[in-house]
Design a protein around this ligand. Sequence first.
Ligand code: EMZ
Length: 383
Amino acid sequence: MKSEFPDPFEEARQDSGLGHMDDQNDPVAMILRHKDVRKTAHNWKTYQSGAIPGRIVVPSEVNIRDIRQIPFEVDPPLHKDFRNLLEEWFKRPNKEVYQEKLTHQISTLIDDVLKKDTTDVVTDFALKLQSRALTLLLNTPYIESETFISWGTHVFRSEGDNLDASKANVLYDYLDKKINEARENIGEDLYSVLLQAEVNGKKLTHDEIKGIMILTFAGGRDTVINAVTNTIAYFAEHPESLLDIQKNPDKINRAVEELIRYFSPLTHMGRVVTEDAQICEHAIKNDTRVSLCWASANRDETVFENPNEVNFDRKMNPHVAFGFSHHNCLGATHARQVMRILLKLLANKITSISILKSRENIEELGEFRRKIGFHELIAKFTN
Ligand code: EMZ
């Protein structure tokens, strides 16, 4: 099945609780069990996010950027000050007007693909959906989405190139320009809000604003695109689930959480170790890297019954697909609304989706290979 996402971590999770991968000569010990992932996420003193910029990302981005992404590469207590500043803005997707606009965008997009013989779900659906929705999150003109679409699915990577510095520079130049434009002409977009804000009594620097914006662009890009594409593949092969949602719309929120658990669009996130430590009885050395493997934790059989099954009726779903503890995903409110509205509209507008061709996107993680999404998913939508 195309919509099946196997769990490559099962054996290692049960045996040792740790996995190992090299990454540009800066190896990563992957923490695989739900309990250990949550415990480590809490412990910011020993497992630091505020290391040199790019080092907590796997693959490491130290060679392609020196700007700190905020708040995710900042530790407490400063982390909290930035979160307090951003929280309200990133909760706007809960507002009714926001949801109406998002509904209009996604509805139009579905109508468009219904008119076509075939659609590449990645570039003609998910990428457009994410790019257009991003204009709502930034409160920036819709026309900007044309530019975002032209950048492709990942900001720092391209197919066959895991670290694409020239691509990153396109985003940096764009952001410099937008921040400077907003400085000249304060408006109601996120750039303007950040230009006027203060943290601990001080205005933000240009690079701090840029760091927040880079994260806003990069963090929710391939993740949302994969979640949307994988959802389409899932409903193509499970039309009965789409019917189930149409008949029982009250299931939508649970269905969204379950799909996000199952797909886990962000495999893992790293931390840098600040003192010799121990995880699962294994020694972890100072100044090495570990990663919190959300994808493995989300299939932990000691927490989830039948973890490899998608079950919209799952009652307890303490998944960590949006991370855990103080660094939990700032964009989650937006991502959840995107997914809820997508499910609702698909259930109302689509009767079947057939997959004509697909090319899987596989992540190489040392001893593991993990399917994360698709490079290409050609489908036909029917109403
Ligand atoms: C970083 C990361 C954030 C990183 C929540 O994840 O997403 C990755 O896609 C980016 O490459 O720079 O923003």
